[in-house]
Design a protein around this ligand. Structure first.
Ligand code: HEM
Length: 419
């Protein structure tokens, strides 16, 4: 890794503002959104109105007054996600992620999206990501486990999953421990523009200035860190322009950290609440990939994405007029009984001929999916290797997965043999 220093990151002006607490407001305390989703799906795969309105959560002020629909069901979603000419991204995200992160691939359509996406794809090739598994992920996972392994009990969310994907990002970027808490805070605060908090714009501005300076430093003195890697990776002689790279870095904690933290939490929750499946995976590690896919299907950590209807179209027999903004309910596809029989059951042995939609599909399918799988695999292997006789702590409350869009429990109390 390079040794160049990171620039200084400025904290929010109002030090008492806690974006983590405010963010919880926008997730809501919805325990199980699936009965509502199922009831609506029984009527139609096209529902008039935004997804958030189905649940009792604060509305997205950036989308107020716009014509909105929510789209359900595996086949309907496939139709939308695989037709980027009719259902576009740039307009869908211009007022939301475009404001928080800037010019990221999420807020682009072809041909621009295709051009920059292939450069990112090269940066995140499976062989590159597999190497990070050893050099970056394993040390983070093992360091965190040292904090509780001797105790024989832990809260695997508070002490493990809620930290490791973010620490992977700090190590990849070489952000030292003194700046990491401010970095995490600003990354979360960026998205609060969506519920009308001025700290959202402030965080976006400060992270943008920080990464612009960081990029300049790395260009002057490249190392083996992620910024140097992204600044130099090229396809047919083309590299990522500064604004696209900086926007990606702004998005990274949310796109890569928040999601992987939730995905791993849900994976561990699924296995610990189904001890026979946990035992099977412990005995035969070749089952890990199917355990990961089942966790992502069962309680995929991201329940929705968005698209914009650039043309009139018909979905499930319903006319969707051009100019509509669509919430794409990925979670409804993952629990669609026509594709996944008995969809609410967590079953790592279920038939897997149909691919789950946790990472979406089509040209915008998650760029970080290989990295997420590597991180989840390494974390699970370390837990199975090092925590003998792992089980839920029955003296403490059981894990409760909640949230209308980003789902995860707050705690996962476990016991094991101390070592
Ligand atoms: C379990 C973990 C993860 C889940 C469930 C997840 C899920 C998703 C989903 C649902 C999308 C939206 C696709 C769409 O709207 O069509 C997406 C896109 C994206 N993800 Fe992930 N993600 C995860 C991990 C990561 C990681 C580790 C990274 C870091 C590199 C990452 C970077 C991105 C980016 C940059 C996009 C935008 C892609 C584009 O628009 O072309 N994700 N992800």
């Amino acid at each position: 890794m390079s040794t160049a220093l990171a620039p200084r990151l400025e904290d929010l002006e109002d030090k008492s503002f806690d974006p983590f607490e405010v963010e919880k407001l926008s997730h809501g305390r919805v325990l199980d959104p699936y009965p509502t989703i199922r009831k609506l799906m029984a009527k139609s795969m096209v529902h008039k109105g935004p997804y958030r309105e189905l649940f009792d959560v604060v509305p997205n002020v950036q989308m107020a007054g716009l014509p909105q629909y929510t789209i359900f069901g595996y086949d309907t979603l496939q139709k939308v996600l695989l037709d980027p000419e009719t259902y576009t991204n740039a307009e869908a995200f211009r007022r939301t992620l475009g404001v928080s992160f800037g010019h990221t691939v999420t807020v682009m359509d072809p041909p621009e999206h295709t051009r920059f996406r292939r450069i990112f794809q090269r940066a995140f090739l499976p062989q590159v990501v597999a190497k990070w598994g050893e050099t970056v992920v394993d040390p983070v996972v093992n360091d965190l486990m040292e904090g509780f392994i001797h105790r024989g009990e832990a809260d695997l969310i508070e002490e493990f999953t809620h930290h490791y994907p973010f620490q992977v990002i700090y190590r990849q970027l070489e952000i030292g421990p003194e700046q990491a808490p401010i970095f995490h805070k600003l990354a979360i605060a960026q998205l609060l523009s969506s519920i009308g908090k001025p700290q959202g714009d402030e965080a976006t501005r400060k992270l943008g200035a920080f990464f612009a300076e960081f990029l300049e430093l790395r260009r002057a003195s490249p190392g083996t860190d992620l910024i140097s890697h992204l600044a130099t990776v090229e396809v047919d002689g083309e590299r990522l322009p500064d604004d696209v790279l900086i926007s990606f870095l702004r998005q990274l904690m949310n796109a890569g950290g928040d999601t992987t933290f939730r995905g791993t939490s849900v994976l561990l929750t699924g296995l610990l609440t189904h001890p026979e499946q946990l035992a099977a995976v412990k005995a035969d590690r070749s089952l890990i990939p199917q355990a990961i896919e089942e966790a992502l299907r069962w309680e995929g950590p991201v329940l929705t994405s968005q698209r914009y209807a650039a043309k009139d179209s018909v979905l499930d027999g319903v006319k969707v007029p051009a100019g509509s903004y669509l919430d794409i309910a990925l979670g409804s596809a993952n629990r669609d009984p026509s594709k996944f029989p008995d969809p609410d059951r967590f079953d790592i042995f279920r038939d897997r001929t149909v691919r789950n939609m946790a990472f979406a599909a089509g040209p915008h399918v998650c760029i970080g999916q290989h990295l997420a799988r590597v991180e989840m695999t390494r974390a699970l292997n370390a837990i199975l290797d090092r925590l003998e006789n792992l089980r839920l702590d029955t003296d403490k409350p059981p894990p409760v997965i909640y949230g209308q869009n980003l789902r995860c429990p707050d705690h996962l109390y476990v016991r094991f043999d101390p070592s």
